[in-house]
Design a protein around this ligand. Structure first.
Ligand code: FAD
Ligand code: SIN
Length: 557
């Protein structure tokens, strides 16, 4: 069956929903989401959204903090764009009904929190459940919009490009005309065609066994775009959040960095406040530094976790600022106002992704990527806390304006979408071999944790590369003869994303930001000041400030 819309949005987090709301007055919108509508990283976001509101703050300071966290690899134009459009984006969210926390209940002034790497208080938040407040307000707004249709349990399988069309020759570059998607309830695959397609599929935390991300974060957008021939970049920069809860029933629950911003102190098991030995910003150093310090303390002492201490802070204020965290911990018999919180680092955020320009455009016509799935140049080698929701908002806003122009252009030119063949199930069978899927998944996650974690080495990366290569081939063979299902798609995408991460990590022979390898422990600006780009079988460095071009000769690892 072919479902058609003017705009097709894949993903119902902040990136997809805010895009949809901004284009819906201009044309029909279908949003596909692979589980229930609120299942997203967005819904879990705690700390908040960075934006300049403080009297002692300035755009320049926010830009400088972002560039410093990104260790030389941020694209300044992209950083300036999100910083300058920050306050306006917050007001847009308020117009959509997001209720941010104010310094006093009736005060017009927003409460400005603090997080690692920020030299000023600039985190706009809704207590410690900012993401939920944003997700629900956006969903509420689009529920009543007559042009928007939201379809749950629909997993995008592949982007539809010239590669899927018989007798079509690629003349002026590739186009995207939508996606094939599988219905998780019926198992049927359908065509969703559109003039404009937006991948807003979020991150890839599930490439690792310990992650703060919900189980939708399987790298689908990165893998789909890469397979379709879109370049991806900087995938070696996978951010580990320093403080996820260490508890058998904790599900890697996040303990927000805002807790440290509020005065929380990291301690070893015998009470030592160790962060002062690692950075002059101590507990509020950027995340790469804090996560590596925790990793090093745990290894040095043979401990399984470290502890976050807020027992010295005013208990009422702690309960008031962090109601979600406080309740969650109480449900596990930890009273954070009286007891230390056991924490460990966990995979959290994909700084790299699908390469886009400042409007979210990719090299394929009609295809935009925004949010965590994109690599816009904002984060460089390490994302500054709470810049992610902001980036998603600003770039979705830009993308919506550009996509509306595209639609008008298509309408004026009278160009039509070509006939798209149905999803081909010839030669595939229903297989009940779930054990293969769960085994492969566990194996990939394990090797990523052991060999491609916070501290890397060439030997470990090479071993990971060999093993994932074998698993990848097995999965491709299984995929080709098995009827498509959401579980199989996710496994295939996790495997693809894992191999892209390993390949990028092996390629970069220096340590910078989130990529730390014992074989090349120093930063090397002379040779590595640029983005690691993978484009088809090519891998190459795009020096900072240079435009994106396929190298003339094949460059493999
Ligand atoms: P998501 O919100 O993850 O949405 C992705 C959507 O795509 C989902 O609806 C998913 O189901 C759908 N999808 C994926 N694949 C497919 C497919 N194949 N077919 C159909 N649908 C698909 N950032 C901040 O700036 N501030 C914070 O305080 C903060 N706190 C965080 C706390 C936690 C616990 C986590 C996990 C992240 C946090 N982040 C924070 C990061 C931030 O939440 C995310 O980067 C951001 O929400 C990503 O938004 P997104 O719209 O790109 O993706
Ligand atoms: C947090 O609240 O610590 C998460 C903030 C972020 O990931 O930006």
């Amino acid at each position: 069956m072919n479902h058609h819309s003017d705009f097709l949005v894949i993903g119902s987090g902040i990136a997809g929903l805010s895009f949809a709301l901004q284009v819906a007055d201009q044309g029909s919108v279908i949003i596909l989401t692979k589980k229930e509508r609120a299942d997203s990283n967005t819904n879990r976001a705690q700390g908040g959204i960075a934006a300049v509101f403080g009297n002692d703050d300035s755009f320049d300071l926010h830009v400088q903090d972002t560039l410093k966290a990104g260790v030389g690899l941020c694209h300044t134009d992209a950083v300036e764009q999100i910083v300058r459009e920050g306050p306006e984006s917050i007001r847009m969210l308020q117009d959509w009904g997001v209720d941010f926390t104010h310094i006093q209940p009736k005060s017009p002034s927003l409460d400005l929190g603090r997080e690692g790497g920020h030299t000023r208080n600039r985190i706009i938040h809704s207590k410690d459940r900012t993401g939920m407040a944003v997700e629900h307000a956006l969903l509420e707004n689009l529920r009543s919009h007559p042009n928007i249709q939201m379809l749950e349990n629909q997993s995008a399988i592949e982007l539809i490009t010239e590669h899927h069309l018989p007798n079509t020759r690629e003349t002026t570059g590739l186009h995207c005309w939508g996606v094939y998607a599988v219905d998780g309830k019926t198992g049927d695959a359908h065509i969703f065609s559109a003039h404009v397609t937006v991948l807003a599929t979020g991150g890839a935390g599930w490439v690792y066994p310990h992650t703060t991300n919900p189980d939708i974060a399987t790298g689908d957008g990165v893998a789909m775009a890469y397979r379709a021939g879109v370049p991806v970049a900087n995938l070696e920069f996978l951010q580990f959040h320093p403080t996820s809860l260490y508890h058998p029933q904790g599900d890697s629950f996040l303990i927000s960095e805002a807790v440290r911003g509020f005065g929380g102190i990291l301690r070893t098991g015998d009470g030592e406040a160790f962060m002062t030995q690692y950075d002059k910003q101590a507990d509020l150093a950027p995340r790469d530094i804090v996560a590596r310090a925790i990793d090093s303390e745990m290894k040095r002492r043979g401990d399984e976790c470290v502890y976050l201490d807020v027992t010295h802070l005013d208990s009422d204020k702690v309960r008031d600022h962090f109601p979600t965290i406080h309740e969650k911990l109480l449900s596990l018999d930890i009273d954070m106002t009286q007891q230390l919180i056991p924490v460990v680092p966990a995979a959290h955020y994909l700084c790299g992704g699908v390469i886009t320009d400042l409007a979210g455009k990719t090299v394929i016509q009609g295809l935009y990527v925004t949010g965590e799935a994109a690599c816009t140049g904002v984060h460089g080698a390490n994302r500054l806390a709470s810049n992610s929701l902001l980036e998603a908002l600003v770039f979705s806003n830009r993308a919506s304006q550009s996509a509306i122009q595209d639609l008008h252009h298509y309408q004026k030119s009278g160009s039509r979408i070509p006939d798209i063949p149905e999803w081909n199930i010839e030669g595939t069978f229903d297989q009940e071999e779930w054990v293969l899927i769960s085994h492969d998944l566990r194996e990939i996650q394990r090797l990523m944790w052991d060999y491609v974690g916070i501290v890397r080495s060439s030997e470990r990366l090479k071993r990971a590369w060999r093993r994932v290569g074998v698993i990848n081939r097995d999965i491709e063979t299984f995929y080709r003869k098995t009827r498509v299902s959401p579980q199989l798609l996710e496994l295939r995408n996790i495997s693809c994303t894992a191999s892209l991460i390993i390949r990028s990590a092996l390629f970069r022979k220096e340590s910078r930001g989130l990529h730390y390898t014992t074989d090349f422990p120093d930063r090397d600006d002379q040779n590595w000041l640029g983005d690691t780009v993978i484009w088809g079988s090519n891998i190459f460095l795009r020096p900072l400030g240079e435009s994106l071009q396929q190298p003339e000769t094949e460059q493999t690892m």
